[in-house]
Design a protein around this ligand. Structure first.
Ligand SMILES: Nc1ncnc2c1ncn2[C@@H]1O[C@H](COP(=O)(O)OS(=O)(=O)O)[C@@H](OP(=O)(O)O)[C@H]1O
Length: 957
């Protein structure tokens, strides 16, 4: 057998990341395409059983109509889409179905089913072909009749843009990216940036699948100025896939007037304007916006001025009007000085070239522009980028009865808070402030407790209360055994004072212990048994606010908290003037207003000190809720905190599982980590698998190096830690770090080997979050050999399944096979679909952090493999593995000179694979191996010799 070629570490040649991503997508989607072809003629449906939200499972019996109902209530749902087998009961012979096509959903009657054409495709197998997690929003306008019995079907033949927008800038740099990141990031819309001179490929060619739901120009001038090639690339893409263009303008840096004769539009820049009015005659676009509302004040132009549009073609429809500001000195022809005589936002309805465009006369900073842009992107993306219309609001006021006398609650504060509830209830039915209390502080006040605080107790029923700790202390100062005492004392205080406490919701002082997880807190909560939800600012990081996320840990729902804008402001100016200012800012679309626009489920936090004395925060909330009610059609509701928490995780089901990060990497998290405990240390290197490729040999050989140290032996674990790929991840980072011995010195490099990390879909992201610098070693041998080795492993363990079925029966099992056989089928073959798993790792790690080992070479020539691996790890001193490893003729494998050969479970001798299985597997892996070649090419990595040989040769025995 010829010697396998060395799989060298790839060169450092820079490959544009966009190119790589595209290739990855091509590889993964190539697979889909092949399957699609293979299953041509089958009905292709959205499998509603796969909807990520738990609640939708309940609707399975009700089928799609129930889901449709939900869509109408919420206006959008996030659904995971994949092909399901043609016998899916959701498809009937003649029911009308709505097909998601490039120009939105349309209803049609599917062709008669032909059972002869239908082939079963197990959904759990198919889902593996979607490593890139293709998600998109399906937008069904609110006005669609509720009673229509429509079934939702995705036909892969239609060209579906992904839930991503491409943002084109003249130059991609931090300052130009920032406003776009904020606008789209706050709505959790994924964006990719491109420079005007190098627009990336817009289509996955092999599939004719569009990559973007929307094209965005931060400055429309850039679009007009594109060179011919780039321009037609964009235009042809938009025409072919029904994708729209959303443009902003930047009138501060350019000449006074631009004429684009091609588009029959004139743009007059550097305008100073006053007032804005939306065009109420536009019927199909306004969703959040209330077109009947008129803004009368001068338009802000501190940083940039405004652009107005003069359009001379029926394709254009004015979206918003404004008026020349008094004192504007320009004298340009065509400027209509009448009230609302100028157009500041325009829509191109596509009569000229079939492309829908919306162009705004400034950036999204001004609040009405922000709303127009939100409605615009919902429209242009056929709802895929739309948010629901409901906003759930909770406002927590922490620190009741805490603080020095100057910031303690005064009678006027107590009165003001009651009033605040009433005023906000005009806009948010049933609204009540949530007050977090700390009993000990009140009692310390004793008779001296402020009169205002005593009044708060009298007014208790006007609010909803939740527990802080009894004392307002950092948890790491509080000895563990006092935590439960402090919790129950606070509860007793609440009872004594007859506070209407929602005991299921609790906030810890300083947010300590929630994230990073302080296991003792969750222990105590578990003991209490009733804590269901909390919230924190700290997960995964504080800024930007829209980056905050939630997670569920040990049954407790942890929600992200938004901070009120006034949170950090000192109350040094006059209270009422300050309050009014805050309200004005909200009314004019300030910071809080945008949070409300973009965040469907909000928990705000503020402190008592923002109410006491200054009473500022109440103005802010009154201001923002009034502004939202005034300017938008959004519906604000104030649910019970536990209902709100449940809703949160239904809306963001991907957040249920936490993503642990390293507290040492973030100053805030470091601060919250206990002072009396050293920071956890994690491994630097992972041997990720897959199983049966020689991972044990590689680990054993690494351990011959004096400075490479792996996890401690643990009888409760079966050989491997498997932290990232199992429920053990829920144990948290303390648990993981404690699996490893202390480092002997600075040169010690900790590593871990768990062979199922490679193919586990969540592992790459989890590793990236906790150990972003980790070096990942992946071994790939012939996947047929790998599958057979797994079979022999089961056989050696007298697995009942193997006693029942032959290797051939397992690998050829189809959808009709018994459940156990189907599971066995997947376990044998799934790990060997290397391209899919590798592309997932490459989405999270740069190629330089991944090291691919040729598994066949590891068997034949481990000395050179190990010498290279130690270089990749960067461990010192360098050792020569020639002095450590030698071939053992009895074992038939290389073994360590000191510790000997691997046990009888590795390097077994067994009969050759039968010819039929060999042929079947060669065929099964053929396309997957082709994909692997494409993927390796895209990262400029040489092909292992077994991959070069797979087409022609037999699978090695
Ligand atoms: N030096 C050396 N000694 C023994 N075995 C070696 C060696 N190098 C590679 N191999 C191959 O490793 C296969 C077992 O792979 P893993 O260690 O990854 O298996 S496991 O997933 O941890 O169970 C094992 O599979 P089997 O031959 O089927 O037992 C071997 O082919």
């Amino acid at each position: 057998m010829p010697r396998p070629a060395t799989m060298k570490r790839w060169s450092n040649t820079k490959v544009a990341s966009v190119g790589i991503l595209l290739c990855l997508m091509v590889v993964a989607l190539n697979r889909m395409e092949k399957e699609r072809r293979a299953y041509a003629g089958a009905n292709i449906v959205v499998d509603h059983r796969s909807l990520v939200s738990k609640r939708f499972e309940d609707f399975e019996a009700g089928g799609v109509n129930a889901v449709r109902q939900e869509q109408q209530n919420r206006s959008t749902i996030l659904q995971r889409v994949f092909v399901a087998n043609a016998q899916d009961k959701l498809v009937t012979d003649s029911a009308p179905v709505a097909v998601a096509g490039p120009t939105g959903a349309r209803v049609f009657t599917p062709p008669k089913r032909n059972p002869a054409n239908e082939r079963a495709l197990p959904s759990e197998v198919l889902s593996q072909y979607f490593p890139l997690e293709i998600y998109f929003h399906k937008y069904l306008p609110e006005q669609s009749p509720k009673s229509t019995p429509v079934k939702t079907v995705l036909n892969l033949d239609t060209k579906l843009p992904l839930k991503t927008a491409l943002v084109v800038l003249e130059l991609v740099k931090a300052s130009t990216k920032k406003p776009m990141e904020d606008f789209f990031g706050a709505q959790r819309i994924q964006i990719e940036f491109a420079e005007a001179a190098s627009i990336p490929p817009l289509v996955i060619k092999s599939l004719q699948v569009a990559r973007y739901s929307l094209i965005v120009f931060a400055n429309h001038e850039v679009y007009l100025g594109l060179d011919k090639v780039q321009k037609s690339k964009i235009d042809e893409y938009c025409q072919a896939y029904g994708v729209g263009i959303l443009s902003f303008t930047d009138s501060s840096k350019i000449g006074e007037q631009e004429l684009s004769s091609e588009y029959k539009i004139k743009m007059q820049h550097r305008m100073k304007l006053t007032g804005m009015k939306l065009n109420s005659e536009v019927k199909d676009l306004w969703r959040i916006a209330k077109p009947e509302k008129v803004f009368k004040d001068p338009l802000p132009n501190d940083n940039s001025e405004w652009t107005v549009f003069l359009c001379d073609h029926p394709s254009y429809q004015s979206l918003a009007f404004s008026t020349v500001a008094p004192g504007w000195k320009g004298s340009v022809e065509g400027i209509n000085k009448a009230e609302f005589g100028l157009v500041v936002a325009v829509r191109d309805t596509g009569l000229i070239d079939g492309i829908h465009r919306i162009i705004l006369g400034n950036d999204p900073e001004f609040f009405l522009n922000f709303i127009i842009a939100m409605d615009g992107l919902a429209f242009l993306s056929h709802g895929r980028l739309a948010l629901p219309m409901e906003r759930m609001v909770q406002v927590d006021v922490d620190d009741m009865f805490v603080g020095v006398s100057t910031v303690r609650t005064k009678p006027k504060d107590a009165e003001a808070m009651v009033e605040c509830n009433k005023r906000i209830r005009q806009y948010v039915p049933n609204f009540k402030l949530f007050l977090g209390f700390t009993g000990a502080m009140f009692l310390w006040g004793g008779d001296d407790a402020d009169e205002g605080e005593r009044m708060m107790i009298d007014y208790a029923q006007e609010f909803i209360w939740f527990n802080h700790l009894y004392r307002h202390e950092l948890l790491y100062i509080t000895p563990t055994d006092r935590i439960s005492g402090a919790m129950s004392k606070n509860a007793v205080f609440g009872k004594e004072k007859n506070l209407p406490v929602v005991k299921e919701y609790m906030i810890l002082p300083h947010h300590a212990g929630v994230y990073p997880v302080y296991p003792e807190v969750f222990d105590e909560w578990e003991k209490l048994g009733y804590i269901k939800a909390t919230s924190t600012l700290e997960y995964p990081y504080r800024h930007p606010q829209w980056g905050r996320r939630g997670f569920i840990h040990r049954g407790v729902m942890v929600l992200p908290r938004q901070t009120c804008r006034l949170f950090t402001k000192t109350i040094s100016f006059d209270a009422y003037e300050g309050g009014k200012k805050a309200m004005d800012e909200s009314l004019n679309g300030g910071y809080m207003f945008k949070i409300f626009l973009t965040t469907p489920i909000m928990v705000f936090m503020t402190h008592m000190s923002n109410y006491a004395t200054g009473q500022l925060a109440q103005y802010e909330f009154e201001g923002v809720t009034k502004a939202i009610a005034t300017w938008t059609n959004l519906k604000m509701v104030a649910p019970h905190p536990i209902d709100l928490a449940n809703e949160y995780f239904e809306f963001y089901p991907d957040e249920v599982s936490p993503l642990w990060s390293d507290p040492a990497r973030d100053p805030n998290l470091k601060e919250l980590w206990r002072v009396n405990k050293t920071l956890p240390v994690f491994p630097k290197v992972l041997i990720a698998g897959p199983q049966k490729t020689g991972t044990t040999a590689l680990m054993t050989f690494l351990l011959l190096h004096p400075n490479l140290v792996t996890s401690k032996p643990d009888p409760s674990l079966y050989e491997e830690v498997q932290f990232f790929s199992s429920n053990l991840y829920d144990n948290g980072i303390d648990w993981y770090a404690s699996r490893f011995p202390e480092k002997k010195n600075d040169q010690t490099v900790l590593f871990e080997k768990s062979a199922n990390y490679f193919s586990h879909h969540r592992t790459p992201q989890r590793v990236k979050e906790l150990m972003p610098d980790a070096k990942i070693i992946i071994i790939m041998n012939n996947p047929s050999r790998r599958a057979y080795s797994w079979y022999q492993h089961l056989k050696a363990h007298n697995d009942s399944l193997v006693q029942q079925y032959t290797f051939y029966q397992i690998i050829t099992a189809d959808d009709q096979a018994p459940e156990t056989l189907k599971i066995a089928h997947k376990r044998h073959l799934h790990d060997g679909i290397y391209a899919v798993h590798l592309s997932r790792w490459l989405l999270h790690f740069p190629k330089e952090q991944l090291y691919l080992v040729d598994g066949e070479k590891l068997i034949q020539d481990p000395v050179s493999v190990m010498n290279d691996v130690q270089k990749f790890i960067g461990v010192t001193p360098k050792i020569d593995y020639k002095t450590k490893i030698q071939f053992d003729t009895e074992k038939g494998f290389f073994c360590a000179k000191t510790t000997g050969c691997l046990g009888s479970g590795k390097g077994r001798s067994y009969e050759k694979m039968d010819k039929a299985s060999e042929a079947y597997l060669r065929e099964f892996y053929k396309h997957h191996n082709e994909d692997l070649k494409t993927l390796l090419d895209s990262i400029e990595h040489p092909h292992p010799l077994w991959l070069q040989q797979t087409e022609n040769s037999q699978a090695p025995s």
